[in-house]
Write a new protein. Structure first.
Length: 87
C-alpha cells in the first residue's frame, strides 16, 4: 500500500506535464479530484479498462475543446496591488 501511495503522488508530475502540453496545442484541460475511487474502479473494471488487481486510480483529468471563447477579457491586478515588498 505504501508503494501505491507514493506512486499516486508521482502521477501529479505526469499530470502537470499533460495539462501543460495540451494547453500548448490548444486543448483545454482540468485535473479532477474528489471522485469516488471505488466507483471509478468498478466502472473501469466493468468496461475491462482497468485490471484492479494490478492498477489503481489516483487522479483523473478532463480534456476537450471549448465550444466558444469566453465573452470577457482577461484582466490582472497591477503588480503594486498584488506584491508588497518588505524591507
Amino acid at each position: 500500500m505504501k508503494v501505491f501511495y507514493w506512486a499516486s503522488k508521482q502521477t501529479y508530475i505526469a499530470l502537470g506535464n499533460m495539462l501543460t502540453a495540451t494547453a500548448l496545442i490548444g486543448i483545454d484541460s482540468s485535473p479532477v479530484e474528489g471522485f469516488s475511487k471505488d466507483e471509478i474502479t468498478e466502472i473501469l473494471g466493468s468496461e475491462e479498462l482497468l485490471n484492479s488487481g494490478k492498477f489503481g486510480v489516483s487522479v483523473m483529468a478532463a480534456f476537450g475543446y471549448r465550444s466558444q471563447e469566453p465573452e470577457f477579457e482577461k484582466s490582472r491586478l497591477s503588480r503594486e496591488k498584488v506584491v508588497q515588498w518588505i524591507d
